[in-house]
Design a protein around this ligand. Structure first.
Ligand code: PLP
Ligand code: TYF
Length: 397
């Protein structure tokens, strides 16, 4: 039966993790995978999460099946994060949400739903994008193409290239957009640029699928959802995948949500009924634990405030690491101006290091980065940053 099965390539990022784990050098540093580590180099267990978890364990709640679309209070909490508490859309019946298995699960049920709805549409992703975007939409049966995004010369956005490409897409093309903290580049459109993107999407009748996996890691919880809120204000119908893996530091709990904004409540009812069919034939209904924890935090004012403070702490620590990296590279005598690292948002920076330099970083110094030159700034800390700056300076010399 399985004789003809060929060995599949490793996921470039998760494969790097395996290599890192097998490395026996004491000073090794993993700037590969997109995970937030605290200053001690550990994945934090947020206090807000821990409090909710203790309360949940003490409640000794039974573990029946959840509804197909998950916990209602969780879904409402996810909607408030996207649209802002008090947004009249929340009560309109036009917004529907399904709890999902992480952001990946949200993208997957969204992709399956879209393949059923628009079997002949193509998908476009940014160049570059998160590796899994292409794989996931191709697996769902779509042809995936790219639109220009990153301009290596300026370390910024190729806005003209991007808008020209969007302007040339056939009606109904599905456009995957990173709502904030672009993975892998750290480069986001400005709000004015988002307005222009929205105008093109509306004018050309494109289908936006916004992916928000780092809400709160850019400028703030509310600020980072600005594009979602703007699109919604413009009455653009769309899909949004949310991931709480990073913002709640709950990677392994698989917490995310798929939200669809429809043009009427009656349409919303029909859409939800079909989305539930997609879920039923994938995994039937989502798991209870992580969703309950996130729901408790989002719906309990004291826990919410504590969470928001902890998330701000993560955001500010990353900022400070960006600042220090730029300063330390300069102090190490690096001539190249790295100040663009300060303009980038979220966990990642496209460092501009070449594949050869990344190879040398790993082989000579045990510093792991993605071959594209992407580094996870959230893995830097006060103990490894001097070492990393020296290592980068040595491969640039
Ligand atoms: N989308 C982007 C842009 C990501 O970087 C990630 C990271 O993991 C995801 C989606 C998936 O999130 P999750 O780990 O919650 O599946
Ligand atoms: O880009 C990253 O590093 C994170 C983690 O298949 C990740 O988004 C990487 C690859 C993957 C799943 C998650």
């Amino acid at each position: 039966l399985f004789e003809s099965v060929e060995l599949a390539p490793r996921d470039p990022i998760l494969g790097l993790n395996e290599q890192f784990n097998a490395d026996t050098r004491a000073g090794k540093v993993n700037l590969g995978v997109g995970v937030y580590y605290d200053d001690e180099g550990r994945i934090p267990l947020l206090k807000a999460v821990h409090k909710a978890e203790v309360a949940r364990v003490e409640a000794a709640a039974p573990r029946g099946y959840l509804p197909i679309e998950g916990i209602s209070a969780y879904n409402k909490g996810a909607q408030r994060l996207l649209l802002g508490a008090g947004n009249p859309l929340l009560e309109s019946g036009r917004v529907l949400t399904a709890q999902s298995l992480g952001g990946t699960g949200a993208l997957k049920i969204g992709a399956d739903f879209l393949k059923w709805l628009k079997p002949d549409a193509n998908v476009v992703i940014s160049n570059p994008s998160w590796e899994n975007h292409r794989a996931l939409f191709e697996r769902a049966g779509f042809t995936v193409e790219t639109y220009p995004y990153y301009d290596a010369a300026t370390h910024g956005l190729d806005f003209n290239g991007m808008t020209a490409a969007l302007n040339a897409l056939p009606e109904g093309t599905i456009v995957i957009l990173h709502a904030c903290c672009h993975n892998p580049t750290g480069v986001d459109p400005t709000f004015d640029q988002w307005k222009e993107i929205a105008r093109i999407i509306k004018q050309r009748d494109l289908v936006p699928f916004l992916d928000i996996a780092y809400q709160g890691f850019g400028e703030g919880i509310e600020e980072d959802a600005a594009v979602v809120r703007y699109f919604a204000d413009q009455d653009i119908t769309m899909l949004v995948s949310s991931s709480f893996s990073k913002s709640f530091s709950l990677y392994g709990e698989r917490v995310g949500a798929l939200t669809l904004i429809c043009s009427s409540s009656e349409e919303g009812e029909r859409v939800l009924s079909q989305l539930k069919r997609v879920i039923r034939t994938n995994y039937s209904n989502p798991p209870t634990h992580g969703g309950t924890i996130v729901s408790m935090v989002l719906n309990t004012p004291e826990l919410y405030d504590l969470w928001a403070t902890e998330l701000a702490g993560m955001r500010e620590r990353i900022r400070s690491m960006r600042q220090q990296l730029v300063e330390k590279l300069k102090a190490e005598g690096v001539n190249k101006d790295f100040s663009f690292v300060l303009e980038q948002r979220g966990m990642f920076s496209y460092s501009g290091l070449t594949k050869e330099q990344v190879d040398r970083l790993r082989e000579e110094h045990g510093v792991y980065a993605v071959s594209s030159g992407r580094i996870c700034v959230a893995a830097l800390n006060s103990r490894n940053i001097d070492y990393v700056a020296k290592a980068i300076a040595s491969v640039l010399a």
